[in-house]
Ligand binder design. Structure first.
Ligand SMILES: Nc1nc2c(ncn2[C@@H]2O[C@H](COP(=O)(O)OP(=O)(O)O)[C@@H](O)[C@H]2O)c(=O)[nH]1
Ligand SMILES: Nc1ncnc2c1ncn2[C@@H]1O[C@H](COP(=O)(O)OP(=O)(O)O)[C@@H](O)[C@H]1O
Length: 226
């Protein structure tokens, strides 16, 4: 049997670059445990936890939540998946968060979804979400089989309160200012793998091939003639 290596990966990219969509494919194809900071925050808002109620206005205004709050939340959740291969989506988003993560584990690779800002806005205003699972749909790209309902559970889809044109502009600005330095942080450590494009379906085969090599390096060995 071909052994799969343990892999600790981060997926980064501006809002709407396709992190959630690609994460879903990575989970399906390679079975990594997926931890999304946005999904976690939205679950807290839905459950009306103290943290969720405190963070809602920050998120709705397109601002990042404080580093210590999100770091504590993510690191707590990570305890339950520390023995498996995992994929962090949406964390870290600041250099401080990246340093906190470095303090508790070593990340193997950072997948950077490099998608131009111009095409992102249109995508986000037509994004639909199944809140409990984090599955995302899009009216143009991957519509649900039945309008307004999740394909798997049949439950209703929602639109995010922060997917409005004004808030998207603010989130993109915050990405440039606070998150792009994280790309530099990982680039300087030789960990950044950038995948550029405008369509997820064209970017995905490259990410899939890259992760196959990382997870199954033995498949790469050239078998020479005896
Ligand atoms: N038109 C179009 N929409 C896409 C593409 N890839 C993803 N989407 C949609 O764009 C929206 C944002 O994608 P998502 O994966 O949620 O991005 P994230 O914010 O980076 O996690 C969702 O509605 C997706 O269904 C694509 O290649 N083309
Ligand atoms: N690592 C983080 N640090 C600070 N705020 C975060 C973090 N992750 C998520 N958030 C908050 O949650 C919002 C939604 O995050 P997310 O679902 O990852 O957005 P998107 O998928 O559009 O990139 C962010 O705009 C921000 O307010």
């Amino acid at each position: 049997m071909v052994q799969q290596r343990i892999l600790r990966a981060v997926i980064m990219g501006p809002p709407g670059s396709g992190k959630g969509t690609v994460s879903g494919r990575i989970v399906k194809r390679f079975g990594l445990s997926h931890l999304s900071s946005g999904d976690l925050l939205r679950a807290n808002i839905k459950a009306q936890t103290e943290l969720g109620l405190l963070m809602k206005s920050c998120i709705d205004q397109g601002q990042l939540v404080p580093d210590d709050v999100i770091s504590r939340l993510i690191l707590t959740e990570m305890r339950s998946i520390e023995q498996s291969s995992w994929l962090l989506d949406g964390f870290p988003r600041t250099v401080t968060q990246a340093e906190t993560l470095d303090g508790v584990c070593s990340v193997d690779t950072v997948i950077n979804m490099d998608v131009p800002f111009q095409i992102i806005k249109q995508r986000l205003t037509s994004r639909w979400l199944h809140l409990p699972s984090g599955r995302v749909y899009n009216i143009d790209f991957n519509p649900p089989k039945i309008s307004g309902l999740d394909d798997v559970t049949g439950e209703p889809l929602i639109q995010r309160d922060d997917d409005t044109p004004e808030t998207i502009t603010r989130r993109l600005r915050s990405y440039e200012k606070q998150t792009q330095p994280v790309l530099e942080y990982y680039r300087s450590k030789g960990m950044l793998e950038t995948f550029s494009g405008t369509e997820t379906n064209k970017i995905w085969p490259h990410i899939q091939a890259f992760l196959s090599k990382k997870l199954f390096p033995q498949n790469d060995k050239v078998v020479g003639k005896a």
